[in-house]
Ligand binder design. Structure first.
Ligand code: ISL
Length: 560
């Protein structure tokens, strides 16, 4: 039996969430940017896929320096994404189809255009206390501000501190310079943010995703970090549990569908964040499985995924979170990652693309946790194959393109190849709806280019084809809803018969399920097993016993 609360496992484990990066999902008004009405127009497609929740990335008023993760007003909608009426209509129409909305709460920082920061800039002490400000050394000027309060790096490159001559103070920004970090020690900040949750809950949303929420608790003093970029001083900080409990209580969201994005976190912390008795969050996103293609810890590098490391990451998070009553969100990608069928599969031929785009969800959808699909993943969308840096829009990618050349000595071509493999924009190209101009996303040129393969890789073709990647995702979702062992069974990783194979078992009472995935285009040995019914496979015909075929993903079940 699974350890922990079985009813809760069935509740969370029977649900599937779908992430919408709104700018790139569907444009209803012909301005080249996706919007709320564009989502409403595609609800039947999402209902057919069978998802329960839509996590929609921020559509609040924003200068869009970081795709909306720079919020200037938490309770109003940016006109580029639509109106409050469009939002109300989306809630109503989603509700009719049994789909709940989850909104993205960016509470670690605001945009520098937010009224609070503007008032801080103008010298209002109340609002200066909303941010993390530090006095400069005596005699600081705009041209010569002196030494920053600490040597921490911004996650998007450069220092995490910016000197504001207007305030004569430094402010902390863990992300872009236009995203000042909020001061969570200030109770007024906490109650303002809890009120934002109540506002959207009253409008009918069913859940929330919290952006980088394990970074909200900063130390009282800012020490230099001589071992790293500063993150060890603010990641999973002292008060994160307390602040999450406060949001849950005062935001009135306990028991809702909530997920925290946990950056550079640990299993121990995610257990605390997600175990029900703590009343913090329903589940946690962790990103350790995206480190498997780093090179010497460096994300900005191009390498094949290390599958034994991937297996060990999945094993530890699955087994240890389960043993202690925590709950994982399981996923291959999001709007910050390249496309999994390029990264973990093989998109170099149509055959290997299709096979691997179906194997990948076999691996994650049958794990213990709540699966998240990122828009277009259900079609097997690939990296777009951009050929020039001018086609990229993302602030982080453009910064690192220059850092790799200026500070790390890479050639232009080397830096570009890494961007073309790892950039977040690889996952942000428009959803490929059909084979018409701009892939049916918009009637005008979109804010970012369309992937080169939209003429054959698109939703219209796949919805009509019962053997498509889309049809396979539908089957996996239906299976998760039908089988209690997938929702709530215990999980145990079995020894891999080969380096490129990941295999695990789920058990519930005397029922046992064995999942095996071959992360290679070659045959590999299978785990020894006898009998068993094929629950799902990306091959129609049974293979030779003892062997996994190229990119095979198969689940066998022995029922009690
Ligand atoms: O984007 C990343 C990798 O390309 C991550 O390091 C990312 O910055 C991290 O996961 C936090 O992401 C979240 O907060 C950012 C925002 O840019 C991301 O889109 C968001 O998902 C700042 O709000």
């Amino acid at each position: 039996m699974a350890i922990g609360n079985n009813e809760r496992a069935i509740e969370l484990g029977s649900k599937v969430a779908y992430e919408i990066y709104i700018r790139s999902f569907n444009d209803s008004n012909g301005d080249g940017v996706g919007d709320l009405a564009g989502i409403t127009a595609r609800l039947d497609y999402l209902a057919e896929l069978g998802v329960d929740y839509l996590w929609i990335t921020p559509f609040f008023v924003s200068p869009l320096k970081d795709g909306g993760y720079d919020v200037a007003d938490y309770c109003n909608i940016d006109p580029v994404f639509g109106t409050m009426d469009d939002f109300d209509e989306l809630v109503r129409e989603a509700d009719k189809r049994g789909i709940g909305l989850m909104l993205d709460m960016v509470f670690n920082h605001t945009s520098d255009q937010h009224e609070w920061f503007q008032k801080a800039l103008a010298g209002d002490p109340k609002y200066q206390a909303y941010y993390l400000l530090q006095d400069p050394e005596p005699g600081a000027t705009a041209d010569n501000p002196g030494k920053a309060p600490s040597n921490w790096d911004s996650k998007f490159g450069g220092s995490a501190w910016e000197f504001s001559p207007q305030m004569n103070k430094w402010y902390l920004h863990l992300y872009d310079v236009s995203q000042p970090d909020l001061n969570w020690r200030n109770p007024e900040v906490r109650s303002e943010l809890a009120a934002v949750l109540r506002f959207w809950k009253e409008k009918g949303v069913k859940g929330f995703r919290f952006d980088v929420v394990n970074n909200i608790s900063k130390p009282e003093t800012f020490e230099d970090d001589f071992e790293g970029d500063g993150r060890r001083f603010y990641t999973d900080g002292e008060h994160v549990d307390e602040y999450l409990q406060l949001l849950s209580r005062e935001g009135e969201i306990d028991g809702m569908m909530t997920v925290g994005e946990m950056s550079s976190t640990t299993i121990e912390h995610c257990i605390e964040y997600s175990k029900p008795e703590n009343h913090e969050l329903a589940m946690a996103f962790s990103f350790h499985h995206f480190r498997v293609d780093n090179v010497n810890g460096n994300r900005w590098a191009k390498a094949k995924a290390n599958i034994p490391m991937l297996r060990e990451t999945f094993r530890s998070w699955q087994e240890e979170m389960t043993a202690a009553g925590g709950w994982n969100a399981v996923f291959w990608t999001c709007h910050d990652q390249p496309r999994p069928s390029t990264r973990f599969g093989d998109d170099t031929t149509r055959e290997s693309w299709e096979r691997s785009a179906k194997m990948l969800p076999v691996c994650t959808f049958l794990l213990r946790g709540t699966p998240y699909i990122y828009q277009g993943e259900e079609l097997g969308m690939t990296n777009p194959g951009f050929t020039s840096i001018d086609q990229y829009r993302d602030v982080e990618s453009i910064n690192y393109y220059h850092i790799m050349q200026d500070e790390q000595g890479l050639s232009e071509q080397e830096a570009f190849d890494i961007i073309a493999y790892k950039s977040r924009d690889n996952g942000r190209t428009p959803v490929q709806w059909d084979d018409s101009a701009y892939a049916g996303f918009s009637t005008v040129e979109p804010w970012i280019g369309v992937g080169g393969n939209y003429t054959w890789l698109n939703a219209k073709a796949e919805v009509a084809d019962e053997n498509s990647v889309f049809a396979f995702f539908k089957r996996l979702i239906a299976l998760r809803k039908a089988e209690e062992i997938i929702q709530a069974g215990d999980v145990h990783f079995v020894e891999s018969p080969a380096a490129q194979v990941i295999a695990y078992e789920r058990t519930m009472g005397d029922t046992r399920m064995l999942v095996q995935c071959n992360f290679s285009g070659d045959e590999q040995p299978a785990v020894a097993s006898e009998g068993g019914e094929v629950l799902i496979s990306n091959y129609d015909e049974p293979g030779a016993s003892g062997t996994l075929r190229p990119w095979e993903g198969t689940a066998l079940i022995w029922r009690a």
